[in-house]
Structure formats: structure tokens, C-alpha cells
Design a protein around this ligand. Structure first.
Ligand SMILES: [Ca+2]
Ligand SMILES: [Ca+2]
Length: 181
């Protein structure tokens, strides 16, 4: 079995349509492509059964976090609720990074619907993974030279300004991403 982004989109949208506690206008093809990029460990450009299961378990876990932290039962996650949700999902962000993430993924009312929330977590997961790969001594700080920056793929490149921004303006203890795992 090999799943492409279109098929993944169909499956996900069919499932979320059944859940009234998850407000969404449906997953975009772009966010399904990002999910495949995140989980495609053997580099086929598709998800095999194992990779799909791995993604599915993540989404299930993130869905539980979503419903648990949607404390006002709006079926969306507010930027206020998101802070606790991210911590529960294992992402410790400094304030600056947190604000950037909310600005990027929340709507004008500072609410994220389910697909934006999942896209946000997929992006963070990819970002943390890339960060860990660079952070060889595990001190939560990375230094990239210009060649490493220019060799980052587009997914990682999106994250780079966040790293640079957080390291340029924050104290040493907040440099880069301080991670909880
Ligand atoms: Ca694959
Ligand atoms: Ca809510």
C-alpha cells in the first residue's frame, strides 16, 4: 500500500467530517504534502502502511490534546488554549516563537481550527526534528554557518528565521528552541 497526498487528504477529511467536536473546513493538499514529507522515512514520496500508521497515531494523540484543551468547547483552539496544548504535545516554545506560531496558524480571532492546528504541529515536529539533527551536543543551541543554511530544504528553511530570531533577541538560556525532549 502506498498513499499519496490526494488519498491522504480524502481519508483525513472523511474522518474529521464525522467529528463535530473538531471544527475544520478540511485539510488542504499542501498540509497533506507536509504530513507525507514528515513521515516518509524511506523517501518514496508516499506513505506505506507503517508510515501511515505512525502518522495516524500522531494525529490521534494530537486530536485528544485538541479536545482536552478546547476548554470552552468552541471546537477550535484559541491562542490561549494552544499554549497548554503545545506543552502537552511535547513542544516547549519560548514566547517569541509561540507568538510567531500563533500569528501564522490562527485566524483573525486568534483561533485555530483542527486542520490549522494539525498543520502547526506537523510543522513544529519537522522543525524540532531538524533542530535535533543539528544540535549534536544536545544543549538546545545550534550554530549554522552560511553553507548549512543554504543547504537546508524548504521545510527547514521556513524554520530558520525562527531560530535566528529567537537566538538574536533572547538570552542564552532561550537561544534557539529549548526543548522538552
Ligand atoms: Ca514512504
Ligand atoms: Ca476553544
Amino acid at each position: 500500500m502506498q498513499i499519496n497526498a490526494n488519498e491522504l487528504r480524502t481519508v483525513l477529511n472523511r474522518v474529521v467530517a464525522k467529528h463535530k467536536e473538531l471544527k475544520t473546513e478540511g485539510f488542504s493538499l499542501e498540509s497533506c504534502r507536509s504530513m507525507i514529507a514528515l513521515m516518509d522515512t524511506d523517501g518514496t514520496g508516499h506513505l506505506n502502511l507503517q508510515e501511515f500508521k505512525h502518522l495516524w497515531n500522531k494525529i490521534k494523540k494530537w486530536k485528544l490534546v485538541f479536545t482536552h484543551f478546547d476548554t470552552d468547547k468552541s471546537s477550535t483552539i484559541s491562542s490561549f488554549e494552544m499554549r497548554n496544548a503545545l506543552t502537552e504535545a511535547g513542544f516547549q516554545l519560548n514566547n517569541q516563537l509561540y507568538d510567531i506560531i500563533c500569528m501564522r496558524y490562527a485566524n483573525e480571532h486568534m483561533e485555530m481550527d483542527f486542520d490549522s492546528y494539525i498543520s502547526c504541529l506537523v510543522r513544529l515536529e519537522g522543525m524540532f526534528r531538524a533542530f535535533r539533527a543539528f544540535d549534536k551536543d544536545g544543549d538546545g543551541i545550534i550554530k549554522l554557518n552560511v553553507f548549512e543554511v543554504s543547504n537546508l530544504d524548504s521545510n527547514q528553511l521556513y524554520c530558520t528565521p525562527l531560530w535566528l530570531l529567537s537566538s538574536a533577541n533572547a538570552g542564552l538560556e532561550q537561544t534557539g528552541l529549548i526543548m522538552s525532549y
